[in-house]
Design a protein around this ligand. Sequence first.
Ligand code: ZN
Length: 364
Amino acid sequence: MQIATVLSHLESIAPLSYQESYDNAGLLTGQPDWECKGILTTLDTTEAVVSEAAANGCNLIVSHHPLIFSGLKKITGANYVEKAVISAIRQDMAIYAIHTNLDHVPGGVNGRMAECLGLVNTRPLLPLERVLRKLICFVPTANLEQVRQAIFAAGAGHIGHYSECSWAVEGRGTFLGGADTRPFVGKPGLRHEEPEMRLEVILPAWQSGRILRAMIAAHPYEEVAYDLVDLANPHPSVGAGLVGELPEALDERAFLDRLKTVFRTPVIRHTPLSGRPVKTCALCGGAGSSLISNALRANVDFYITADVKYHEFFDANDRLVIADIGHYESEQYTIDLLFDLLREKFPNFAVLKSAIATNPVNYY
Ligand SMILES: [Zn+2]
């Protein structure tokens, strides 16, 4: 199996186009056409993790955090990034980062956190925009079903928990084929009028190529008329952070205890408790201060994230409790998540979890 096969599976779950503009998810070292010998999942890629992968016969590291983030101007081994890059290149180690794109998808980093906490009725805190398109095509009435079916099979027509969503209305199309044409109906050089359906479907922008190819392959016309339009609609299930509910309201201190247990942390930095029970919460794995205003707008009781600065805690304004549980702690289950996603797809392949605790933060 080539490394490309592993990557295309991961990108079918967390497309690279879903990453934030500042991010650097994707293949950072190595080549997609290498034969994959084994996969190691980790939160961070350090030199020790590269050695661990090599010692276990793996040549692909799937890491949540991108080792190379803002670019490298020198590779002299002067810091941990350069050291790990040198070690990876020397040992023909591929490093693949699956970062904010994995945060943004359902069942991703935040989805796994919510699952560990037992949250229900989850949805994105800040849905992504400009990731959906509409395909409008014009199909002879008799061929509507075959084209619609092909479009659905290629991945179009999903809205929330509904699939096979489409809309169609009848009209009349005209065309006049030139001398070199072989029209499906009518004759070259004569204007033809044909009863057609205008078929509309919504689709993820990243799947446009595949869906267009399927539509054109199923369509009987020599030249297919269609419109592909960018939508401003927010994606109902893809976005930053997550909002959910506890099945049963909990006392604030009991909830803090649960956070400590679930995320295995000795300390939580938090704003003053409100005295109200906790029923709704928002969360964002890793540094999530930028979503405090979204959590306030979502009217939740708690916002669980990490890397909150002193002045940002004031932004709670006594309207919710901000709980900073630690960056590593909030994202630790991503190692298991990546392992599960790979193991499920490639059950007989060597997939390992890193045993190295890469958290650089200690508590005393
Ligand atoms: Zn992170």
